[in-house]
Write a protein that binds this ligand. Structure first.
Ligand code: ADP
Ligand code: MG
Length: 614
């Protein structure tokens, strides 16, 4: 030990060390990621030197990483067969901070405690994370340069380090951590295995833990699309998606702005939320140079895309110094926008190229798209393109996009019409549909309780207003034969208003009914019966929503109206009963009558009158 050299840390390094040990990282386990990353860097440098033809010590030993835990001794040892370090490099890289910005950096992080400047590679703090868990760190290293010898570097973190020559070393670096008493769990194999798999599964050099190979799946997102086989994609998906089925959709792409990124995204066959498992979390992990930065990264995608699984990787992510988050939140927002737009474009393309798969996707995930329309102003229009509905112009079971609907619109038609109904039969039987059938205007049939809300938020598509059929301001094409004259119809409407009193808002002569004698129309411009029902369902015990007053529209061409008009002169009481029954019938048709039992007494007495007529 005559050649032992003792080196003292400079004051700044001591200060930095304290920060790294006590406040930089949120989680102690990060030290594993940092040391493995250094080992991987060393292997990468070796590969580089090898390919540039430089002489390499023990060239037959391939680059790789080995981790050994010793529970009894309370140690963990990480060995790599990378470039190793010379005496000079040990002093420079592990003993000093080579960059001139060090002092500025130190005063900066001392000021606001949570350092958020620069890249970790520039500051070289990763190695020191070992001292979060170790009371003593020993490094044996031998450079790849054939004429170099080996060295041992030892430090207890405080004060400085010792350097002594070491014999019988093979190429590379071995680091042993003698764990602190409260960090002995890092000598347990299963703990280390979990941590390595979490952060370093895609490190491009083999990692062995106690002779077991850990990282067998490749970071295929970084490779060229054309060279990747279908099975490789599926294997990768099984790994990141924890799903035994194949993915429904896959998008592999790279982008240049605002950052160079590579992304590999998957849509699972099944919407896991619909399986009653509660709200799912996005499972897109953020990587920087194949090392995990954030699992289930927050903010990378909007909430409504939480069904996505996969990986986003950026070489030059402006990371926080702890490498646990991104430094720049406005950049994260830009990234979010780029990724989301790209994925929406992909879905739009799939809907054309893979119509069947898109149908399946839509059936599983439409609620997410609709959530997007309602919550995501930026992508509303693009999301609108992805919606699908049944339509009066298509066979049952077939769906149209708004784009195709607009293409079919006739010149006369200004608005896009939607009709809310529980199913197709109900839609086609609805009195609100009559005028559209008559005018031959296409109507979208909306069966999902969310649709009204969604259409209200979408508001318009391709510059055309979206209108609910019941609110459409449309008249029949031609006057019908046998209709009450205009004056007579108006008088009848007035009589109905007098008779029904507060039970209705206005009573009007309708221009849009063909087969139905009358219809109720929401007096409230913004609130429909359906919406009121949804609100009530959300708050069953809440105050009764302001009693809905409906306008009543009558069909002057319907035989019932003509007869009612003559009946009201002869038998006011009977006509009054009929008027009330007509209102209830219209409410039934609109799905508004809460308790139809209430009208049975009246209906029975009307039947009695009919039966005793002669
Ligand atoms: P960074 O990796 O960000 O540069 P670190 O503190 O993690 O900072 O490491 C400091 C330097 O020490 C590295 O840049 C590298 O030059 C050297 N180093 C650390 N670990 C190894 C290793 N296993 N093999 C070779 N060099 C290493
Ligand atoms: Mg490092």
């Amino acid at each position: 030990m005559s050649q032992a050299e003792t080196h003292h840390f400079q004051a700044e390094i001591q200060q930095l060390l304290n920060i790294v040990i006590h406040s930089l990282y949120t989680d102690k386990e990060i030290f594993v990621r940092e040391l493995i990353s250094n080992a991987a860097d060393a292997c990468e440098k070796l590969r580089f030197n090898q390919s540039s033809g430089r002489p390499i010590l023990q060239a037959d030993i391939p680059p790789g990483i080995r981790v050994v835990t010793d529970e009894k001794a309370g140690t963990i040892t990480i060995t790599d067969t990378g470039v190793g370090m010379t005496h000079g490099e040990l002093v420079e890289n592990l003993g000093t901070i080579a960059h001139s910005g060090t002092k500025a950096f130190l005063s900066q992080i001392a000021k606001d405690k949570k350092p958020d400047v620069g890249l970790i590679g520039q500051f070289g703090v990763g190695f020191y994370s070992a001292f979060m868990v170790a009371k003593k760190v020993t490094v044996w290293s031998r450079s790849f340069a054939p004429d170099e010898t080996g060295w041992q570097w030892t430090s207890e973190g405080m004060g400085g380090y010792e350097l002594t020559p070491a014999t019988d070393l093979s190429r590379g670096t071995r680091i042993t951590l003698e764990l602190k008493d409260d960090a002995k769990n890092f000598a347990i194999e299963s703990t280390i295995q979990r941590i390595i798999q979490r952060y370093s599964s895609f490190v491009p050099f083999p990692i062995e833990l106690n002779t077991k190979r850990l990282n067998t799946v490749q970071a295929i997102w970084a490779r060229n699309k054309n060279e990747i086989k279908e099975e490789e994609y599926n294997e990768f998906y099984t790994f990141v998606g924890h799903d035994h089925e194949k993915p429904l959709f896959r998008l592999h792409f790279s982008a240049d702005a605002p950052l160079a990124i590579q992304a590999l995204l998957f849509v699972p066959q099944r919407n896991f939320e619909s399986l009653g498992m509660g709200r799912i979390d996005s499972e897109v992990n953020l990587y920087c140079r194949k090392v995990l930065i954030q699992a289930k990264a927050k903010g990378l995608f909007p909430e409504w895309l939480r069904f996505l699984k996969g990986v986003v990787d950026s070489e030059d992510l402006p990371l926080n110094i702890s490498r646990e988050t991104m430094q720049d939140t406005s950049l994260l927002q830009k990234l979010n926008k780029v990724l989301t737009s790209r994925f929406l474009k992909y879905l739009d393309e799939q809907s054309e190229k893979e119509a069947d798969a898109y149908e399946k996707f839509y059936a599983e995930y439409q609620r997410f798209l609709k959530e997007g329309v309602v919550t995501d102003f930026i992508h509303k229009e693009a999301l609108g393109k992805l919606l699908r509905f049944e339509s009066s112009s298509l066979e049952p079971g077939k769906h149209t996009s708004l784009v195709d609907y607009v293409k079919r619109m006739s010149g006369e038609q200004k608005d896009i019409y939607c009709l809310l109904a529980p199913n197709r039969a109900a839609a086609e039987a609805s009195p609100y549909f009559e005028v559209f059938r008559d005018r031959k205007f296409e109507v979208l049939f909306l069966y999902d309780a969310w649709d009204e809300f969604v259409m209200e938020h979408l508001h318009e598509f391709d510059g055309r207003p979206l209108k609910l059929a019941e609110k459409a301001d449309l008249n029949l094409g031609a006057k019908k034969d046998g209709a009450l004259a205009e004056g007579a119809a108006k008088d009848l409407a007035q009589w109905l208003k007098d008779t029904l009193g507060d039970k209705v808002g206005e009573v009007r002569v309708s221009q849009r009914l063909v087969e139905s004698p009358a219809v109720v129309v929401d007096a409230d411009k913004f609130m429909t019966a359906n919406m009121r029902r949804i609100m009530k369902a959300m708050k069953p015990d809440g105050p009764e929503p302001a009693a809905a007053k409906h306008d009543f529209e009558i069909n002057p061409a319907h035989p019932i109206m003509a007869r009612l008009d003559s009946m009201r002169q002869k038998d006011t009481a009977l006509a009054g009963s009929v008027a009330e029954q007509l209102l209830d019938n219209a409410r039934v048709a609109a799905g508004l009558l809460e308790d139809p039992r209430a009208m049975l007494t009246r209906l029975n007495s009307l039947l009695e009158k009919v039966l005793t007529k002669d």
